[in-house]
Each structure stands twice: as structure tokens, then as C-alpha cells.
Design a binder for this molecule. Structure first.
Ligand SMILES: Nc1ncnc2c1ncn2[C@@H]1O[C@H](COP(=O)(O)OP(=O)(O)OP(=O)(O)O)[C@@H](O)[C@H]1O
Ligand SMILES: [Mg+2]
Length: 168
């Protein structure tokens, strides 16, 4: 199997000009297509920083990241935004649901950006929310959901888009 993600000598230094923090130092990573990988470590060890780098949410201060053979660290911000939209499904630690949208509208949102036809995205949102036990909450806003229901709802938009890569 081929690697979907590779990093070489990946590093991130926060505040390089004041009080530098070496959050990620020289990480070489290989993740194969279809692989489920868990990243574990103590608080402050750099897990979120590493996920942000391999998910294209931040640029490294050294090394590179390749996703499907494409070096995302060389991309302009606009190209990276487009690449993320098409290729990466995020499940954020914080809920990141849009408060004015209903549960199903939240699930449809990324599919809308990807120009998925209306009928298809509506049906996919219903199917996904049903699968996580929220069939009766389709039209509820995030503030009307319990914490567990909001977390379950949060996992749906990323699966909805069928991205090849899901950092959580
Ligand atoms: N934006 C930032 N500016 C400066 N330092 C930062 C920034 N973000 C994180 N850090 C520092 O970088 C290091 C790694 O932080 P990171 O958030 O990646 O850790 P983590 O492993 O995800 O921790 P946790 O398990 O608590 O979520 C820590 O020392 C943290 O204080
Ligand atoms: Mg973290």
C-alpha cells in the first residue's frame, strides 16, 4: 500500500523571535492509505500542533508534509484552503458547529461548499445523523443539543464529504 501522508524532518517553533517553543521537532511520519492511526502523548507534547501541520491548518518552520504525494507545505494559503476542502475531513476537539444552523444544515455545510447537489447532501445528512442516533434532532440548533449529541453531530460533516484523510 502507498503512503497517504508523509512528513520529513517536520518542525514547528512558536514565537521564534521572542521566547521560542519547540512544539514539534524533526518528525518523520508515514501513514498508509486505509490506516487508522492514534497519536498519544502528554499534554503539551505537540499532538495538536502536529495534527494542524499534517492537516494543512498551519505551516511548519522546518521540514515538509506530503499528502497523496503533494507537498502541502509549499502551497499558497488559497491553494491550501482549496486542498483542505477537497481532501481533508476534520473532527475538531471543540464542537465548531455553526450556532445559527440546524444539525442537518451543519452536516450539509461542507458538502454545500463542495457543490454537492442539494438532494444528495440533504439525504446524506439525514443518513449520517440517523446513524449516530440523532434522527429526531435534524432540525435542532447546536444550543438545543446535549453535549454528547453535539459531539456526535460534529463527526458527521467530515464523513459526509468522504475525504481521503480525517484528522481528529
Ligand atoms: N499558538 C501557540 N503559541 C505558542 N505556543 C504554543 C501555541 N500553541 C501551542 N503552543 C505550545 O506548544 C506546545 C505543544 O502544544 P500542543 O497544543 O500541540 O500540545 P498537545 O499535545 O496538543 O496538548 P493537549 O494534550 O493539552 O491538547 C506546548 O508547549 C504549548 O504551550
Ligand atoms: Mg491538543
Amino acid at each position: 500500500m502507498s503512503n497517504i501522508i508523509e512528513s520529513h524532518n517536520l518542525s514547528k517553533v512558536y514565537n521564534p523571535d521572542t521566547i521560542p517553543v519547540n512544539a514539534v521537532s524533526g518528525v518523520d511520519l508515514e501513514i498508509e492509505e486505509g490506516e487508522f492511526t492514534a497519536l498519544v502523548g502528554p499534554s503539551g507534547s505537540g499532538k495538536t500542533t502536529l495534527l494542524n501541520l499534517i492537516g494543512g491548518l498551519d505551516y511548519p518552520t522546518g521540514g515538509n508534509v506530503q499528502i497523496g504525494g503533494v507537498d502541502i507545505t509549499k502551497m499558497s494559503e488559497n491553494k491550501l484552503i482549496d486542498f483542505r476542502l477537497k481532501n481533508i475531513g476534520f473532527v475538531f476537539q471543540a464542537y465548531n458547529l455553526i450556532p445559527v444552523l440546524t444539525a442537518s444544515e451543519n452536516v450539509e455545510f461542507v458538502m454545500l461548499l463542495q457543490k454537492t447537489p442539494k438532494r444528495e447532501r440533504e439525504q446524506r445528512a439525514i443518513d449520517l445523523l440517523t446513524e449516530v442516533g440523532l434522527k429526531d434532532k435534524l432540525n435542532k440548533r447546536p444550543s438545543e443539543l446535549s453535549g454528547g449529541a453535539a459531539a456526535a453531530c460534529c463527526s458527521c460533516p467530515c464523513v459526509g464529504i468522504e475525504a481521503p484523510f480525517y484528522p481528529c
